[in-house]
Design a protein around this ligand. Structure first.
Ligand code: GDP
Ligand code: MG
Length: 139
């Protein structure tokens, strides 16, 4: 995957709350092109592997339970400076600290159920995109 791509998930809380359309609208209106997308649900093993870096954190069990409790939208997005620009668009992890107009400020519930994921580096964007999509699913 080239470095002008990032990976996102619309998390179970935002799906449950009916925000898929509004979030995708914000993403595309902000100049991101969707190059892969699917509606799916993570298994326990999927979530444990995807969030493996957080295994030792006290909230790991809660995070895995949350991320597996319902469907998500997974997508690969393309834009110049995708990783950094998308982190700016989603806002801080804790929506209480997220800037006005960011996706988490608008749609997140709290620091745990924070509506969206965004890769934090080009390297992780490539790993996370490949975790969810085969080459034939990326356009
Ligand atoms: P992100 O990169 O902004 O998504 O934040 P992190 O990588 O630090 O954490 C990954 C995810 O774990 C967050 O997006 C939240 O869904 C969840 N999370 C982070 N901090 C907490 C916390 O203190 N409690 C719980 N329950 N979940 C958290
Ligand atoms: Mg992170």
């Amino acid at each position: 995957m080239s470095t002008n791509r990032t990976f996102t998930m619309i998390k179970p809380d935002a799906v449950e709350n009916g925000h898929i359309g509004a979030i995708l609208e914000k993403i595309t209106a902000s100049g991101f092109k969707i190059v892969a997308m699917k509606y799916t649900q993570l298994s326990l093993r999927d979530a444990q592997e995807f969030y493996g870096i957080h295994r030792e954190r006290p909230f790991f069990g809660e995070l895995v339970e949350f991320m597996t409790r319902g469907p998500i939208v997974a997508a690969i997005l393309e834009k110049e400076n995708a990783v950094e620009d998308f982190r700016a668009l989603i806002g801080a992890t804790n929506p209480a600290e997220a800037a006005e107009g960011t996706i988490r400020k608008l749609f997140a519930t709290d620091i745990a159920e924070n509506a969206v994921h965004g890769s934090d580096s080009d390297e992780n964007a490539a790993i996370e995109g490949a975790f969810h999509f085969s080459g034939r699913e990326i356009y």
